[in-house]
Every structure is written in C-alpha cells, then in structure tokens.
Design a protein. Sequence first.
Length: 315
Amino acid sequence: MIHIIKSPADLVTSREQTRASFVAFALEKNRRSTPIIESAKSLKVLAGKAKTAKDLLKITEIQPALLTAAGLSDKAIGYFTEDDKDKAILSLIENFLEPAGKYFVDEVVYRYLLIKGDSLGGSMRNIVGAIAQQKIVRTLLSNLSVSGTNYKWLNNKTKIWEENSANDFAIEEQLKALSWQNPKCKNRVLSFNLNIPIVKNNIDICLFSADSEEYNNGEIVNTPEKILMLGELKGGIDPAGADEHWKTGNTALNRIRAAFVQHNLKIDTSFIAAAIEKKMASEIFEQLQSGTLSNAANLTIDEQLINYCDWLLKL
C-alpha cells in the first residue's frame, strides 16, 4: 500500500479544520437540544395553570419535569419512592420557587433547562465518538458504492443483517457491523466497539476474516486468529486534549500488539483522530515509517479518510 502521508505535517489538524469541526459539533448540539427546548415550552404552558407555586403539586402531568428541575437525574429517581419524590418537589418549591414570587413558573422552567442542558452536555461527550464512527461508516459505504461492491450491514436495533440497497440514507446511524468481499474474494467483517478477550480491552475498530454468519453476533472475538486489524478512533476535536488522546490510544495499540505477539499471531493496527497536533503527528509518522503502525488518518481530511477506508476494504 502506498501511503499518501508523506510527512508529519500531513497529519496535523489545521486551524480551519478545527474551526469547522467545532461549528459542526455546535450545530449537532443545537439539533439535539431541540426536544429539550420544546419540552420546556410545554412545561411553561402547563405550569402556568398554577396560581401559586404549591399548586404545581396538583398538576400530575408535570411531576417528572418538576423532579428534573429539582436536580434529580433519571437514574437517581429510580431510587425514590413516591413520598420521596413529593418531598423533593416540595423542597424545590419552598426553597426556590416561592422566593421567586409571581415569577415561579419562569423559575421552574429555567431550572428544568439548566439540569437538562447539563445532561445534554454529558451525553454530547459520548456522542463525539459516535459521530466519528458514523463518518467512517459513511466513507466506507461511499467507497463500496463507487466500486459497485455488494455488502451486508448489521442493524444495531433489529440485530438483523440487511442487504445493501440503492438508498443507504442514514445507515451509519444504525450500523453495528459491515460485511463484504475484498478484491481477492476474501470475506471480511468490520465491527465497532467490541471487547477483545485476547487484549482484555474494548477496541474501537475491529476487522475480521469472516462472513456475516461467522461473525455470530460478535462471538468471533473469541477466535483471535480471525482478527486482521484493530484500530483506535479519537473523535474529539479540542486541540487541548489531542496529546492525551494519542497517549491513551498508543498505549492501547501497544497492548494489542503485545498480546498478539504473545500468542504468535500477526495483527495490523491503525489510529484515526480528529485532533492531531505537531508532536503527536511526528510520533505517528515515525510509527508509520517503521511499520509499527499499519495505517493512520486525520478524520478531518477527506483524502486521508477515503484512502484509509480503501485500505480497510482491501485488507
């Protein structure tokens, strides 16, 4: 394989790419906040039926929202009895809503949005990885489409393998695994976020020498000789966390290689990241040149991602 990465500088994420990724992330966060804003509007209208703050206790349909405004997460609420819930809402009313006077409805809506917004912020940190994975999947599907290669994909919701179709819109949002034949007519399955027993760790990108039946709902992880490539994916775009992402990713990759050497098995490894700074770019490039790392790509550079996916499909 001919690497298109000719120097460490090729891997570095530019300011323009960083800015564009921040904007894309902000847009996605705004999109995902829409249901919260709409529910807050409903809360305001329904809570507006109360003449006093304590009257909110009588409006049964907003009790879950009041518990949220009281600062309780869905997980925490599961440990509460009905009496506990009433006490939590009453505490909210007496300590925060009644002091707000006639503006108690606005106060409860603000507090509801505050807690929901904090919850969204936490979930967005997990969504970063999902968005990065979806970008890889979309590129893989595009490469398969351009080459006219048939494939199957495992629906993460239905747990059923489905045939590729002319309309592959939004498949990346539901895909758990992808199956195809490479140019040498060898069966391949690519899957994401699997716990690999030989490594004793969860791995982001996993390529197997197998077909969809052999994949067996992920049980193929127990057959290490079927594993062709394992890769780390870091979707975070913040430059401040880039070096730390590389450190953790590199440690995981070293652990993978050591485990396979111990079992006299060959393994390819790869690293993909959205935020790549100069120092880590040099280290990644050195590993590419030495063959320690089989492949790498900057997630924000289309040419690199397309070539990486082309490499995967041909392995």
